[in-house]
Design a protein around this ligand. Structure first.
Ligand code: DC
Length: 239
């Protein structure tokens, strides 16, 4: 546990424990978060969906995604609900629309603003509830939940991530080009790693898992083992 915890952060952990899963795009964080949540019977927070929904809301309203004050204001008013694995923006199911490559780029653009990160921080922290929360994103362990009982940083080479994305798109019968996919992933990594506010970074105490040569099942097995150990150490409920 982080000894620099603010009273508010300590209070959150009394509400329920948090496991943070961070890493660049396309490393399988979402799949691992869902798998771990099933094993533990915990809730999931897909923080990327918040940034994606904000980017979509801004585009729909014809607003400037690069204007921090406007985006911050919009983020504070964002009406977003998760229902199972559906994402509702102002009551409208946007689950598919936010998942496009363009949705990822828009999310990355609005995510650079301090005002946006501040507003979404509150939403993310409000998602903590018993018996526990698995939070997936870029700054879950470093900024939003520094007291997480376990912090995982999931990594894979851009080539391998592009390869996985390529197969997913082809399976859906969609056109894909490996060179473009690698370029897009690198661009998004650069934006997420090099922004001033809450950049993608390996949080203090995070366990780094390189999934490049591993199957989803192998990564999940490692993460589950780490979670069980962490929960046993902190005295939280665990199987
Ligand atoms: O995880 P994702 O691909 O859905 O995230 C989309 C973008 O949102 C990502 O490129 C950067 C931003 N993001 C962020 O800045 N912080 C988070 N905790 C989650 C996502």
């Amino acid at each position: 546990m982080n000894s620099n915890a603010s009273p508010r952060e300590s209070l959150q952990l009394q509400v329920a424990p948090v496991i943070a899963i961070d890493g660049p795009s396309g490393t399988g964080k979402g799949t691992i978060a869902e798998g771990l949540a099933q094993q533990l019977g915990w809730h999931v927070l897909d923080s990327g969906a918040l940034y994606r929904s904000l980017g979509l809301a801004a585009t729909r309203a014809g607003l400037d995604l690069d204007d921090g004050a406007t985006m911050g204001e919009l983020a504070r008013r964002l009406q977003i609900r998760f229902e199972g694995n559906r994402v509702l923006l102002d009551g409208d199911d946007v689950s598919e629309e936010i998942r496009t490559a363009e949705g990822g780029v828009r999310a990355s653009r609005v995510a650079v603003h301090a005002q946006v990160r501040e507003a979404l921080m509150l939403l993310q922290r409000a998602a903590v509830r018993p018996p526990g929360l698995i939070a997936d994103g870029r700054d879950m362990g470093s900024r939003v939940f520094p007291n997480a009982v376990l912090k995982i940083y999931l990594y894979a080479t851009p080539e391998e991530r592009a390869n996985r994305r390529y197969k997913q798109l082809r399976d859906k019968g969609m056109d894909a080009n490996m060179r473009d996919l690698i370029r897009e992933l690198r661009e998004r990594d650069d934006l997420d790693r090099n922004r001033t506010h809450s950049p993608l970074t390996i949080a203090d105490g995070a366990i780094v898992i390189d999934s490049t040569a591993l199957s989803i099942a192998d990564v999940l097995a490692q993460v589950v083992a780490q979670a069980q150990q962490a929960l046993a150490n902190t005295g939280s409920i665990s199987e």
